[in-house]
Design a protein around this ligand. Structure first.
Ligand SMILES: *Cc1c(COP(=O)(O)O)cnc(C)c1O
Length: 391
């Protein structure tokens, strides 16, 4: 079966008693067993059947199975949010005295998780420029518990060379963890690029228009001891497993992911081209544009689409605020890949509690607006942006 067919037809863990065509939402906390031995086998992991919904649930398992079928991963585990997936993945490898090699170009909470939360537990954060392989080589050593990156950084729009980074990490026995939220796993194979563990905020493209929060750990089975730690320790001890209701909505979202994503990425490219004609926009940053510095590497790694996030730079912060306030159709909101187009000024919101110096180090500029392109007609989006710029 091809990917889009698998997204629809991956079978259920077991046939529902009524033959329900869509996966039922199993809103149950616990499961009944026929006898003591079956119960013991389930609890000790000798037989994989649900015993308690903090760690396993048929509706969530169905979403996990679909993602497994689409990625060829060894295991997929669904969490309550992208951050729950990221924190579980990092907690599975982090130890006092070890280090995480990563970038300053990270999603705000991931940056804070690594540089504050994990730092308090004695894990060193080694921040480097991941596009500078020599710098990364110097940072990675035998105490590196993982090399962590985002495949397309936000809002800087940087794309690093995954294969080269995986080789540097693997040479020191460290796994490569990649947050692939920005380009769906249906578009490219992270495994082929040397990624050991892929992490996704399924709140974004997957949820089918921002219906629910979710996160996925897509484990290719190549990071030593990782799966055991997550499945049989952290899932139990940290309690971040996805809820059945969210899994139901995200499974529906996954079924239409391909059409929605393709349309949104196509609109983003068209809009990026159109925005370049507006003189008040100083810069349009989108890796789908042929002259973008990361265009070639993005194409090589992720294929012919470049996601649905664009950033634009205006004269100054005041111009950004005026622009945001003047939008009529585009929504003033955070989040990415909703069905509706969203605009935000990252420096004063997502990164608003960092100091100006910290923002400068992260290349989060006061002049940048982030747009997440939705499913509206591109001409209407362009018209709204053009009128907001001239207000
Ligand atoms: C949104 C996002 C996250 C966090 O995901 P939540 O589902 O909001 O917890 C992590 N990484 C990236 C790249 C994101 O865009």
């Amino acid at each position: 079966m091809k990917k889009q067919t698998k997204a629809i037809h991956t079978p259920y863990p077991a046939r529902d008693a009524f033959g329900a065509l869509s996966m039922p939402v199993y809103h149950t906390c616990a499961y009944e067993f026929d006898n003591a031995d079956d119960m013991a086998d389930a609890f000790c992991g000798r037989v994989i059947v649900p015993d308690y919904s903090r760690v396993m649930n048929p509706t969530v398992m169905h979403l996990e199975d679909k993602v497994k079928a689409l990625t060829g991963a060894k295991d997929v585990i669904a969490f309550t949010s992208g951050m729950a997936a990221i924190s579980n993945a990092l907690m599975a490898v982090a130890e006092t005295g070890k280090n995480i090699v990563t970038s300053r170009h990270l999603f705000g909470n991931t940056f804070s998780l690594i540089t504050s939360t994990l730092k308090r537990l004695g894990v060193e954060a080694r921040l480097c420029d991941l596009t500078n392989l020599e710098e990364v080589k110097k940072a990675v050593d035998h105490n590196t518990c993982c090399l962590f990156l985002e495949i397309l950084t936000n809002p800087q729009m940087e794309v690093a060379d995954l294969k080269a980074l995986s080789e540097i990490a693997h040479a020191k026995g460290a796994p490569l963890f990649a947050d692939t939220t920005m380009i769906p796993f249906t578009e490219f194979s992270a495994r082929e690029l040397g990624v050991d563990v892929e992490i996704v905020s399924s709140t974004k493209y997957l949820s089918g228009g921002a219906t629910s929060l979710g996160g996925l750990i897509i484990d290719y089975g190549t990071a030593e001891g990782f799966n055991r730690r997550i499945r049989f320790e952290l899932l139990f001890n940290l309690g971040g497993y996805m809820t059945p209701h969210a899994a139901y909505m995200q499974t529906l979202g996954l079924e239409t992911l391909d059409v929605r994503y393709r349309r949104q990425a196509e609109s983003a490219l068209r809009l990026a081209r159109m925005l370049r004609t507006l003189p008040k926009i100083k810069k349009v940053n989108y890796t789908g544009l042929e002259d973008n510095p990361f265009h070639e590497i993005s194409r090589r790694q992720f294929g012919d689409t470049a996601g649905a996030m664009i950033t634009i730079d205006l004269e100054d912060e005041a111009a950004c605020k005026r622009f945001i306030n003047s939008l009529k159709l585009i929504k003033r909101a955070t989040n990415l890949f909703d069905n509706r187009t969203l605009a935000i000024h990252p420096a004063s919101t997502i990164f608003g509690n960092f100091t100006p110096e910290e923002r400068r180090d992260m290349d989060v500029l006061d002049t940048t607006i982030r747009l997440s392109v939705g499913l509206e007609d591109v001409d209407d989006l362009f018209e709204d942006i053009a009128q907001a710029l001239n207000d």
